[in-house]
Write a protein that binds this ligand. Structure first.
Ligand SMILES: C[S@@+](CC[C@H](N)C(=O)[O-])C[C@H]1O[C@@H](n2cnc3c(N)ncnc32)[C@H](O)[C@@H]1O
Length: 218
């Protein structure tokens, strides 16, 4: 196979980020407040992923979106900003602590009326949604062992042409380390193998940040 890719050095990555729309003051302050939480801040999506999520929501003309794994809200704000007027984003997270930060920034971004954040296991929240195919865009960025179950709940609720994004599908390269048998790695590997063969969707795996797969329902 012909390997054609450009390796991202830190300097080239900085160049890439500098040639994306810059985060506004709300996202900058949110990133700073999240960074002050310490190493856990690594969970936040990369800025170019935020840009991509807004872009995708606009591209799809998304009215209904769902996010699984909201943390302090960076990706949620990015998605909500791309929705059509009157659009709604349902966010799922387990943590009251992260939710309280996220809600503060949703309000500051003027998005409080567009985003509902449910603090509960995401699977419970998803199972409680109507089974009608109404969702235009979903973004999955929570516990890796849950991805497959989230997919199984989201797909029937996705409209044809709708898209589900899965973050961290390269898992820092661990997906190709056969000696890594950790639960998260095994789950991501199984999901990646399953998605590329699932005829109900078309997929593209992108080397964005830690790997992002987009699955479009046929
Ligand atoms: C990687 S972070 C999400 C980052 C977020 N997308 C952002 O841009 O900041 C993963 C989040 O998933 C949440 N989470 C983990 N397991 C969950 C579950 N079973 N149900 C709902 N949320 C869960 C965690 O509380 C955490 O906030």
């Amino acid at each position: 196979m012909h390997a054609k890719f450009t390796e991202l050095t830190p300097a080239l990555y900085a160049y890439l980020v500098a040639h994306n729309p810059p985060p506004d003051a709300v996202l900058r302050d949110l990133a700073a407040e999240t960074a002050a939480l310490g190493p856990i801040s690594m969970m936040q999506v990369a800025p170019e992923q935020g840009v991509l999520l807004t872009f995708l929501a606009r591209l799809l003309g998304a009215r209904r979106a769902v996010e699984v794994g909201t943390f302090t809200g960076y990706s949620a704000i990015s998605i909500a900003r791309g929705l059509v007027p009157g659009g709604q984003l349902l966010c799922c997270d387990l943590s009251d602590e992260w939710a309280s930060i996220a809600r503060r920034y949703f309000t500051r971004a003027g998005l409080a009326d567009r985003i509902t954040l449910r603090v509960a296991p995401a699977l419970e929240t998803l199972r409680g949604l109507p089974r009608a195919p109404e969702i235009d865009l979903a973004f999955v960025d929570a516990d890796k062992t849950g991805y497959r179950a989230y997919y199984d709940e989201l797909l029937p609720r996705l409209r044809p042409g709708g898209v589900i994004g899965f973050d961290n599908v390269l898992w820092n390269g661990r997906v190709i380390d056969e000696t890594d048998r950790s639960e998260d790695t095994v789950a991501l590997r199984a999901l990646n193998d399953f998605l590329v063969r699932d005829e109900r969707v078309e997929v593209v795996m992108l080397p964005v940040s830690d790997g992002l797969t987009l699955a479009r329902k046929r």
